[in-house]
Design a protein around this ligand. Structure first.
Ligand SMILES: Cc1cc2nc3c(=O)[nH]c(=O)nc-3n(C[C@H](O)[C@H](O)[C@H](O)COP(=O)(O)OP(=O)(O)OC[C@H]3O[C@@H](n4cnc5c(N)ncnc54)[C@H](O)[C@@H]3O)c2cc1C
Length: 577
């Protein structure tokens, strides 16, 4: 059994960021290590021995070796009764090993918590929903099976990161721009199955999936869509299926482990334009959302439009104390001064235009003209980068960082500094953490404005500014109310819980569900599916019981409980005075 972790990222800067994230996480010792519920010490020890014979000593972790398998941003780090901890971790490096791990888990009825890179930071990282689950870490399954630049797709295993896929495409001169989230250290599969998002054309990752391969809890392997036909030439080209589409059953799910996934990529374009539009006033959000919403729906803007509030724009460049040294959150009057000093808008939208140069130019002209009519007080900018030949393809690395990076599919750790916002440089033992409340809201200016007006005082009452951003889709936006805190400050952590529940109550009143959620809040969010006595959850749990009778895979994930662990569902909504 291993105590120390081998380096998991070949890049020194990625490895350093990983080490920094985890190095001071277990300030509160990760003891006592829980056993899996309902499993005795003898069975647990036998299971660990069998995991070792499957994966090897160096791929099974216990005790201090679990320091990389906790939530480094846990608000309950100080409270052993609420903290989420695994009992052990196992890292299979092949699908054969994976099926053997599942067999052992079934034999001893040991719950597993599966993830690809475990970088789901803000949502629990690698920490399990049920204490004492064994972390099933898939990062060693890291083969890029194919990158096809005729049809523009990739097929990858779970451990493949965004930076790995990008570098593979560069090395093999593939004519594609893979989409990337703002942090390149996560896995393509983990991000996609959790319905994560990038910034370019194929930004809604889960909507770019055709065939996937899944291992069910009993070790059986299923391929979906056209890939269900062993010899299909359309395996990764079509979402059409003869019968029900199955992919969705494995997104945000505990019904199977995705072992291979196809993902459509953006063809390397001839031209790319980095575009931005900003408006000065808090209340300008309404016209901005409505103008862009219509352009998303009518196809004028096809990529992701990413909106940020002024605080979020500032937090990438500095910390709160760089802008405000008074007590509490930055007050409105100071924010207005900052807006004037920096020249940023109160709202700032960024997007890219991609394709043949003439089309990109025409799109930009159209956008300019729409915004001049509908939002005349705003400021638009567009910087064009194009290959001179009509059949040429633009090299993403020729776009300067300030206009490119994640917008042209180059992964980085660009957004990581934002979490340092509340940490004073004087406080040497401070440790940054972040979370978000992420409701799905119609793409409607009035409703977005209303949400900002409702959420701002809740944030401020809990000591933080309204730090918001959102990804605009055709008919809805995925809003992020971001919050960052000092992990060493118990009072701040408690305030973040209050903030989360405050936002939850307001979202619930409006019927807003959630895009994604932290392991601590999964039952709460799942409970929002109230139609017909929670028919959605009842249906998924019927499937769960049928295919995972021992309830070994991810019990409680997304509020889906197997029969054996259903008593662990949290039914009470938390209330604060
Ligand atoms: C500062 C900051 C910025 C961020 N920016 C973005 C952003 O721009 N876009 C974005 O989408 N996210 C963002 N995130 C959130 C998160 O970091 C990323 O989504 C990250 O890619 C997720 O980590 P991962 O890929 O390692 O997934 P994992 O942690 O491996 O998994 C994510 C989820 O998918 C499930 N899962 C993983 N693998 C499998 C599998 N093989 N089969 C079945 N289920 C599986 C896991 O159980 C887990 O629930 C950000 C976070 C921070 C802190």
């Amino acid at each position: 059994m291993s105590i120390t972790h081998p380096q998991t990222y070949p890049h020194p800067d990625y490895e350093a960021a990983h080490q920094q994230t985890y190095e001071r996480a277990p300030r509160h010792p990760i003891t006592p290590i829980p056993l899996p519920p309902g499993v005795g010490q003898t069975d647990f020890d036998s299971a660990i021995s069998e995991f070792i014979s499957i994966a090897g000593e160096e791929s099974v972790f216990v005790k201090e070796g679990l320091s990389d398998y906790i939530d480094p941003y846990d608000v309950h780090e100080h409270d052993p009764s609420q903290r989420k901890l695994p009992s052990a971790a196992v890292c299979p490096d092949s699908t054969d090993q994976l099926s053997s791990v599942l067999r052992v888990a079934n034999k001893y009825k040991i719950p597993l918590w599966h993830f690809s890179r475990g970088k789901n930071l803000g949502y629990g990282g690698p920490a399990p929903r049920v204490n004492g689950s064994v972390a099933l870490d898939l990062h060693k399954l890291d083969k890029i099976i194919e990158v096809n630049d005729e049809y523009h797709y990739a097929v990858v295993e779970p451990g493949v990161t965004f930076i790995q896929l990008y570098e593979y495409c560069v090395e093999h001169k593939k004519k594609v721009w893979p989409s990337t989230p703002s942090l390149g250290w996560g896995s393509v599969i983990g991000n996609t199955v959790d319905r994560g998002m990038g910034f370019g054309m194929n930004y809604a990752h889960h909507q770019c999936v055709a065939g996937i391969e899944v291992m069910l809890p009993d070790g059986d392997v299923v391929r979906t869509g056209q890939w269900g036909i062993s010899s299909s030439p359309s395996a990764f080209l079509s979402k059409f299926t003869f019968g029900p589409s199955l992919e969705g059953l494995f997104f945000q799910s505990n019904l199977g482990v995705v072992t291979k996934m196809s993902l459509w990529l953006t063809p390397q374009p001839q031209a790319y334009m980095c575009c931005s539009f900003s408006m000065p006033l808090f209340t300008d959000l309404e016209v901005m959302v409505d103008a862009f919403g219509e352009m998303k729906r009518n196809g004028t803007v096809q990529s992701c439009v990413w909106f940020t509030s002024l605080i979020e724009t500032l937090c990438i460049m500095g910390r709160r104390e760089d802008y405000w040294t008074g007590e509490g959150p930055v007050p409105d009057w100071r924010l207005e001064e900052l807006r004037q000093e920096t020249g940023f808008g109160h709202w700032y939208a960024r997007w890219g235009l991609y394709g043949p140069k003439r089309i990109v130019e025409a799109q930009f002209e159209e956008i300019k003209s729409v915004l001049a009519r509908r939002a005349p007080t705003g400021t638009i900018a567009g910087n064009l980068y194009a290959h001179p030949g009509e059949d040429g393809r633009l090299d993403a690395t020729t776009v300067p960082d300030q206009d490119g990076q994640m917008f042209v599919g180059i992964p980085s750790l660009w957004s990581l500094p934002l979490i340092n916002w509340p940490i004073s440089k004087e406080k040497k033992d401070g440790k940054a953490a972040h979370g978000d409340y992420a409701p799905v809201i119609p793409s409607n200016g009035k409703l977005l404005m209303e949400w900002m007006e409702v959420s701002k005082p809740i944030c401020e009452a809990n000591g933080v500014e309204l730090m918001a951003d959102f990804f605009m889709h055709e008919r809805h936006v995925v809003l992020m109310n971001m919050f960052t805190w000092d992990q060493t400050d118990k009072t701040q952590k408690e305030k973040m819980e209050r903030l989360y529940y405050g936002l939850y109550e307001e979202a619930k009143k409006r019927g807003y569900g959630m895009y994604r959620g932290h392991v601590n809040h999964m039952d709460l969010i799942a409970h929002l599916n109230d139609f017909n006595n929670h028919a959605y959850n009842r249906f998924v749990e019927k499937i769960k019981d049928a295919i995972d009778p021992n309830g070994i895979l991810g019990p409680g994930k997304q509020g889906i409980w197997p029969k054996r662990f259903r008593h662990l569902r949290e039914t009470q909504e938390k209330r604060f005075d």
